[in-house]
Design a binder for this molecule. Sequence first.
Ligand code: 13P
Length: 307
Amino acid sequence: MDLSVDEEIAALRRRRRAVIVAHNYQPAPVQDIADYVGDSFELSALASQTDAEVIVFCGVHFMAEAAALLAPGRTVVLPDLRAGCPLADTVSPEDVRALRARHPRAAVVAYVNTSAAVKAEADLCVTSANALRVIEALAEDEVIFVPDANLGNFVARHTRKRLITWNGTCRAHNAVRVDDVRTARREHPDAPIVVHPEVPPAVAERADAVLGTGGMLQYVRTHEARRFVIGTEAGILHRMRRENPDKEFHLLSASLWCPTMKYTDLAGVARALRDLEPRIEVPPEVATRARRALERMLELGRRREGG
Ligand code: 13P
């Protein structure tokens, strides 16, 4: 008898002693079969604590790499290797070394959206959920922040520290325009507009809240409004609607769609569980240093805050 793909995943998940984790931007069917759906910080923390033997990471490459760093000895698979992050690709380890040489007194902070090789050059990592708080807690007054210029500018506007930012941006978030905010205010005057800090500063300034994806989910759950305009990747709307069936969610801009997040599908998840490929591994000399940067983030960032 042929098994459906859902049944095959369920059987393989048990046989492999696997956990399936999915980022908030993943396609709806993938979120629905995952054991955990979360933001980058939550999924990193989960990887560091799981006792599963296999982690199927439904997200993009840098996230699976972070899981591999934080769960040594476990097998981490990414269902589709094409799932990269163009933002993470904007900065190389050589770029970070050159910045450090130019600003020797500055702390080097890598956004989690970076390769393990870049994390290995950093003093610590942050996600959008903890960037401001973690950077504020640093002893240094000068901070090199790579690679997202918009998140860097957002932090710079809320701290007295001097930030030296890189010029990377996320194509989807950076394409949101002030006009999109004007249109949303006209069409949904009663709806708070909540945006991710990867949007351009002019958009963030006009929003009602600037939060990472986990912070946004909490905001819409606890806010009394019945209708919200969401300024982050479209995949999150599925979870918002599922968790808040009595509320209405609208996307701020049609640009908010990440093609690489959509490479994951159920057939790929079943294949990854069956073959334990494509496997994500980090060379040991890079892993030791990159893991330290991530672990510092976990220590400093456990108390989550938006921004
Ligand atoms: P979060 O850390 O808010 O989940 O965002 C991840 C991301 O890749 C944003 O583009």
